[in-house]
Every structure is written in C-alpha cells, then in structure tokens.
Design a protein around this ligand. Structure first.
Ligand SMILES: [Zn+2]
Length: 286
C-alpha cells in the first residue's frame, strides 16, 4: 500500500474521529459539513466563492494579515465544491507551509496537493461511515454517493484506496468488487469489508470523548451531572473549560464529613436550588 495514503489517512482520522466522538456524530447520517463548519468556526476561516473563466482555478487558500480564507469556483458542481473545500481545509489542518494555495488541473501531482486530496477524500468518506453504509446498512453505490454528496469518481477511487490499505495483495479482486458494486451487486464488496470490519471499528473506538465533551453531552441532555459519574470534575482546573462550553452551564462543589461532590447544571433546565438539592442528596447517599 501507498505509504503516503496510509500516513495521511491516519492523521486525518485522528482529528476527524476525535471530533465525531466528542460530538456524538451519527454514522448513518454523516455529513462532512459538520466537521467542516466546526473547523471554520474554530479557526475563524472565511469561505467565499469566486469565478475564473474556464474554471481555471477550482479552489484557493489565502493566508494574509486579515486571516485565512478559502474560496471555491461558484460554477462548479456541488460535489466538486465539497471536494475542493475539504482539500483547502486539508492544507490548513495538515499545516502545509505557505500563504497561498491554488488548485488547478496542472498541480495535482505535487506532494502537498496529493496530501490535501487524501485528507479531503477521508473527511468526505470516512472508513467507519463507508463500513456502516455499505456493509451494515446495505446501501447501494448510488445511495452512498448521494448521501455523502460526492462524485461517482471520488467514491470509486476512495473505495479502491480504502480496500487497498487493508488488502494490499489483491488489487484485481478489489477493482472488480468495486466495479460490480457500482453495477448493483454487493456480494464481492461485502466479502472484502467482512474481513476488515473489526479493524475499522477498533480504530474508531480508540477515540473517546474528552471529559469536557462527555460532561457537555450529558448536561445538554439531562441538565445535570456530578463528579460521581465524572470524577475529574473534582479537579477545578477543568472548570473553566466546562463553563466555556455554554453560557448556561454552572458548576459548584459541596462537601460534608470529608466527602465532596462537584456538580454541573444547565441553569435554563434546572434552578440553582434544585441542582444543589440533587447534589446534596447524592452526597448523603455516598
Ligand atoms: Zn491544494
């Protein structure tokens, strides 16, 4: 297998899977756009459209004193724009050196361009999402292509690359399996996924939501969480990060007879008094 592909796909999944776990992203309703928007907001990147005659430049990244901006050709198909935007994000996340990246037909063989293309393909079509849709949900090629908003060509090459990463020895079998999958026959591609499913799942589950995000998910859902469930809440160094997650989150600590409980609540969901009572009850039962 292509070492470059394996290396870039691994580092892409490192950031993407952590994000998916932190935010409890659905595998069957996955869209690259959640992760893309998250990055755009986090790094304050501007996204705009542009137009050049003959679609000469598909995409651009410009870094200057005003910050970072990505732009895409407004006359391109949506699937092409998606690929371009994730490609630009790839230059940014993979920390490629430079203040200016332009995507044209002639430069796609450069090393950093190939890296950005791999990043884009993985973000648009993560291993775990392809496994869920193709193997577990039995979606057709067309359904996968439409739901992930990618071109036929992009999905075709992504499946080849993904399967080659795991089954490096049978290239012709892989190619045939993907081609028959496009024609509507699933059995050969099922067999290939069947042999690698555990490895794909295990890789995904290596990532766990961070404490801050676990607490955030819990409090957003039920309004309240304590250090009984998340012992690290007792460490006040974590408090600032939790309060930064929402303006509605409050956190406090109570103690009695050498025992203590830290608790977080959403002030829009339960009152300060209610939260304190809940915490006192838990302290009593400790
Ligand atoms: Zn590029």
């Amino acid at each position: 297998m292509d070492k470059l592909y394996a290396r870039i796909s691994k580092s892409t999944k490192h950031v993407l899977y952590q994000y998916m776990k932190d935010n409890n992203i659905s595998l069957l309703n996955y869209s690259f756009n959640y992760f893309f928007q998250y990055c755009i907001q986090k790094y304050q990147i501007q996204v705009i459209s542009h137009h050049f005659s003959n679609h000469k430049i598909e995409g651009l990244t410009v870094v200057d004193e005003l910050g970072t901006s990505f732009s895409y050709e407004r006359d391109n198909l949506k699937v092409k724009q998606n690929f371009t935007l994730c490609h630009e994000l790839g230059h940014f996340i993979l920390k490629h050196n430079g203040n200016y990246f332009a995507e044209s037909i002639d430069n796609q063989e450069n090393l950093i361009e190939r890296e950005a293309n791999i990043f884009s393909a993985v973000v648009l079509m993560p291993d775990i999402v392809l496994l869920s849709k193709i193997y577990y949900s039995c979606d057709t090629f067309q359904q996968v292509q439409n739901s992930l908003e990618v071109s036929k060509q992009a999905l075709f090459f992504r499946l080849l690359d993904l399967l080659r990463e795991y089954h490096s020895d049978n290239d012709s079998e892989i190619k045939q399996a993907v081609e028959t999958y496009i024609e509507g026959k699933n059995a050969p591609i099922f067999r290939l996924f069947h042999n690698i499913k555990e490895r794909i799942i295990e890789e995904f589950h290596q990532f766990q939501p961070s404490l801050i995000n676990q607490v955030k998910q819990r409090v957003s859902k039920v309004g309240f969480a304590t250090s009984l469930e998340y012992p690290d809440l007792l460490n006040q160094d974590n408090w600032t990060a939790i309060k930064e997650k929402s303006v509605n989150f409050k956190i406090w600590l109570i103690y009695n007879k050498g025992k203590s409980i830290a608790y977080v609540w959403d002030k829009e969901k339960i009152s300060d008094k209610e939260a304190r009572k809940k915490a006192e009850l838990q302290l009593l039962l400790m």
